[in-house]
Design a protein around this ligand. Structure first.
Ligand code: HEM
Length: 410
């Protein structure tokens, strides 16, 4: 599917629901809050009372205590700190799916997929932990869910810990919009930061691995989610503005851009913060358009590759070899999310060792996503193609040895 076709599909919902609004808004200013060239073409509606997210009463911020799991995802940590997820950080598929939609306006398809994948790959099939141990939570999920070259969290083999948040990465992002009065960390800013973080992993993490699912889908989502979910929506900017205060609140950051402090997992939903409108839910097809937007300026994002054990040795892995000829590089570039999801579908049986019957719920959410995108299946993957990547391991755990030759800016 071309980017244009995906955009048209995403817009169909708006046009049907708000025909007059759409034509009126077509004449708006050329520089939209989300960044030039990024969806939506016309702003979504804004409904203050429906979009305000409560941070008081039962949803007041309560920091995690001893025994409460928190992990590398600021969105999940914030929902647990505010009681939208169980405070202990352990929740069922239904709880994750509902909370992501209620608090952030995530599409039902994306929320169900993320929640079910967590339960099958890092949980007990029905529930999972937002921190946890290897095999029992996304904290232990390096290379099955968690990935290298994340926005603000560390590369596992570069820092020996995937939770930590190097100040240099936070300062770098904050300084990309250094004037607090106008700052807006939108898709245009984030695609530049995405490319920078990829290149930093190449030049600093000897074991950098950019995988078919964790790299090309999860790691990309980690960047698009920053603007798509954290941005504060308003009648003036219904797509949202992500200013410094809101970004810092969600990421548990304080201090100045050049001297950032990070308070661990005290991620907070800001007061007076407005989520996405329900007709503007962030779905898997919408996410695909953002991935294609990112790769317009940095095409390497739509391919698999790794360093070979030393920095600056990044090489691509043939997707044709990896998929036994099912996908060409051109097909992957045209629809990287199809490739990533089909790869995940083919990989999950060996990744989990579970019988087909227990994989049914994941197979079902995957197949509804891939049939919506009209993806070509992968009959069998050839994981041997990844043996050239020393950073590729099934379960790295939340801590690991720092790789020889790793560079840690701060
Ligand atoms: C069930 C739903 C979710 C799951 C399973 C999930 C899982 C994850 C995982 C595994 C990572 C690590 C990615 C990496 O290594 O780069 C991550 C990162 C991230 N997630 Fe989530 N997440 C979910 C929902 C959300 C929501 C609702 C938000 C809303 C703000 C969010 C925002 C982020 C961001 C911004 C990062 C990047 C953190 C960084 O800077 O390193 N996620 N998430």
């Amino acid at each position: 599917m071309t980017r244009l076709a995906v955009v048209a599909a995403c817009l169909a919902g708006y046009a049907a629901a708000f025909p007059r609004l759409e034509s009126h808004l077509l004449s708006r200013a050329a520089a939209p809050p989300q960044g030039a060239g990024a969806l939506p073409v016309t702003p979504p509606p804004f409904d203050a009372s429906a979009q305000l997210v409560s941070t008081s009463g039962q949803y007041a911020f309560v920091p995690p205590g001893p025994g409460d799991a928190r992990g590398e995802c600021p969105g999940l940590n914030a929902m647990a700190n505010h009681g939208y997820l169980p405070h202990n950080g352990y929740a069922t598929i239904a709880q994750f799916t509902e909370a992501c939609q209620t608090v952030f306006g995530m599409g039902a398809d994306l929320a169900a997929f993320l929640a079910v994948y967590g339960a099958v790959v890092d949980g007990d099939l029905t529930a999972w932990s937002i921190g946890g141990l290897p095999h029992t939570g996304i904290g232990g999920s390096h290379n099955d869910y968690e990935a290298d070259s994340s926005p603000l969290h560390a590369d596992l083999y570069q820092y020996g810990n995937l939770y930590t948040l190097p100040k240099s990465q936070a300062s770098q992002l904050l300084n990309m919009q250094s004037d607090a009065s106008t700052a807006n960390y939108n898709l245009e800013v984030l695609r530049e930061f995405r490319a920078t973080r990829f290149q930093q992993s190449v030049s600093e993490n000897p074991k950098f691995f950019y995988g078919p699912f964790t790299g090309m889908a999860v790691s990309q989502a980690a960047f698009t989610f920053i603007y798509r979910f954290m941005a504060n929506k308003s009648s003036e900017a219904p797509e949202g503005i992500l200013n410094q205060d809101v970004l810092k609140s969600f990421y548990a950051l304080s201090g100045t851009n050049d001297d950032v402090s990070w308070s661990g997992c005290h991620n907070r939903i800001p007061d007076n913060w407005y989520k996405r409108n329900t007709v503007d839910a962030y779905t898997i097809p919408y996410f695909l358009t953002d991935v294609l937007y990112f790769s317009e300026t940095f095409p390497q994002l739509n391919g698999v590759g790794c360093n070979n054990g030393s920095v600056n040795t990044y090489d691509t892995i043939s997707v044709s070899t990896l998929t036994n000829g099912a996908y060409t590089a051109a097909e992957v570039a045209a629809n990287p999310i199809c490739f990533a999801l089909e790869y995940a579908a083919a990989d999950v049986p060996s990744l989990t060792g579970l019988p087909t019957a227990e994989l049914g719920p994941l197979a079902s959410v995957l197949s509804s996503a891939t049939s919506e995108l009209k993806c070509k299946p992968i009959a069998a993957i050839n994981k041997g193609a990844l043996e050239a990547c020393p950073g590729f391991t099934l379960y790295g755990g939340p801590t690991a040895p720092v790789a020889k030759g790793a560079i840690q800016p701060s």
